[in-house]
Design a protein around this ligand. Structure first.
Ligand SMILES: Cc1cc2nc3c(=O)[nH]c(=O)nc-3n(C[C@H](O)[C@H](O)[C@H](O)COP(=O)(O)O)c2cc1C
Length: 199
């Protein structure tokens, strides 16, 4: 399978980078083609310019490549920390520019944009790995776990991805090296279960 792996974290020594590396290694060991993007390292420009909003806009080469890869992917893996209940801005901008009409979704027939679009992504499954410093019960009751709805409903659900597995590694700031090593094993296991070895 062809898997698009997107990482949004500025620190190469972060747990997020280690999770993405574990995911990439597992996918490659299982015979998958990995299209990997470290958005900070490649300095992905998160600002959606006005000229890119129209359905048939001409896109700069890097954005066009991201769109092509998203459209061709059989699966997606997204890795990012919880920042204010949101993805880091670079990843929010990636969604703005890459999950675009004609690539990720489309309004059809008489629907001028007021209705429910159809999802266009070929991928039928995705994994979202998040890291957090908030205890699970507080995240649910006080904040409503916004990342759960953002990824499962607002983004991937709308773009046609049926099966979304989200896993949160917490609490990072008090975690031990042993815990973090176990988390990387968990990440590898979830990736292997979602994207089993190629036959
Ligand atoms: C700008 C910023 C905003 C953050 N907001 C939250 C938050 O809303 N909830 C939370 O649990 N942690 C929050 N954190 C903590 C990060 O989630 C935590 O540092 C990260 O998950 C740890 O992973 P890492 O070691 O890969 O950086 C925030 C951190 C930063 C830098």
């Amino acid at each position: 399978m062809r898997i698009l792996l997107i990482l949004a974290h500025p620190d190469p020594n972060s747990l997020n980078h280690a999770i993405a590396a574990a995911a990439r290694r597992t996918l490659e060991e299982n015979g998958h083609e990995v299209l990997f993007h470290d958005l900070h390292a490649e300095r992905f420009d998160s600002l959606l310019p006005a000229g890119e909003i129209p359905r048939r806009a001409t896109l700069p080469d890097d954005v066009a490549r991201h769109c092509e890869e998203a459209a061709l992917a059989d699966g997606l893996v997204i890795v990012h920390p919880n920042w204010w209940g949101m993805p880091p801005a670079v990843l929010a901008g990636w969604v703005d520019r890459v999950m675009r009409p004609g690539t990720a979704y489309e309004f059809v027939g008489e629907d001028g944009g007021e209705g429910v679009p159809v999802g266009l992504l070929k991928a039928d499954r995705a994994i979202v790995f998040n890291t957090s410093n908030t205890e699970a019960n507080r995240e649910d009751t006080v904040f409503g776990d916004p990342l759960e709805r953002i990824w499962k409903d607002c983004v991937f659900g709308l773009c046609g991805i049926q099966h979304v597995t989200r896993h949160v590694f917490r609490i990072v700031c008090t975690s031990t090296p042993e815990e973090r090593r176990a988390w990387l094993d968990d990440a590898a296991r979830i990736v292997a279960e979602t994207f089993p070895p190629e036959a």
